[in-house]
Design a protein. Structure first.
Length: 168
């Protein structure tokens, strides 16, 4: 039985472990998932990223948590928080495997993480950004209540990405 620390109607969130490498590699080596964030990524890059996610969880209590369908325990992708502007203004992010796109799962997962961030972590605000061509993510962030803040250089793509803030 899988133990989830956070649940929605359809999704369960848990923490990464070293034994999850194949799950995270399937996500971040996927060309469709990573095409707008500088990927696909190598095994070595994914190993480092997984280690960083686990270190963030240990040190800060946050990470891009793996999410699973409750009905089938299928790995959907990730949704969570990472350090960004300040300790009390982390970044919200999500990456879903293509077979789960278009089902409202990014919005559902993000709402749960937003509630967790404000109610449990007591953050002041949340940051989120997206590739300038990612209209779906822009709509998701707007639907979640994020408001445009500014454009910033995102080094993996070399482009100015729009950034948004959400306050409680």
């Amino acid at each position: 039985m899988v133990s989830y620390f956070l649940r929605t109607a359809r999704l369960g969130f848990r923490h990464w472990s070293e034994s999850d490498f194949e799950l995270v590699y399937a996500l971040w080596s996927n060309a469709e998932v990573t095409r707008l964030i500088g990927g696909p990524f190598s095994r070595q890059w994914v190993e480092k990223r997984l280690a960083r996610e686990m270190a963030n969880q240990t040190a800060l209590g946050i990470q891009y948590w793996p999410i699973f369908l409750l009905e089938s325990n299928e790995h959907v992708g990730v949704c969570g928080l990472r350090p960004h502007l300040e300790d009390d203004v982390p970044a919200l992010g999500y990456h879903l495997l293509p077979q789960f796109w278009g089902r409202g799962l990014a919005t559902e997962a993000s709402r749960a993480v937003i509630d967790y961030a404000f109610d449990t972590r007591h953050v002041r605000a949340l940051f989120a950004g997206h590739h300038p061509d990612n209209v779906r993510s822009k709509r998701t962030l707007e639907r979640l209540g994020f408001e445009y803040w500014r454009h910033d250089l995102y080094p993996p793509t070399g482009l100015q990405h729009p950034g948004y803030l959400l306050t409680q």
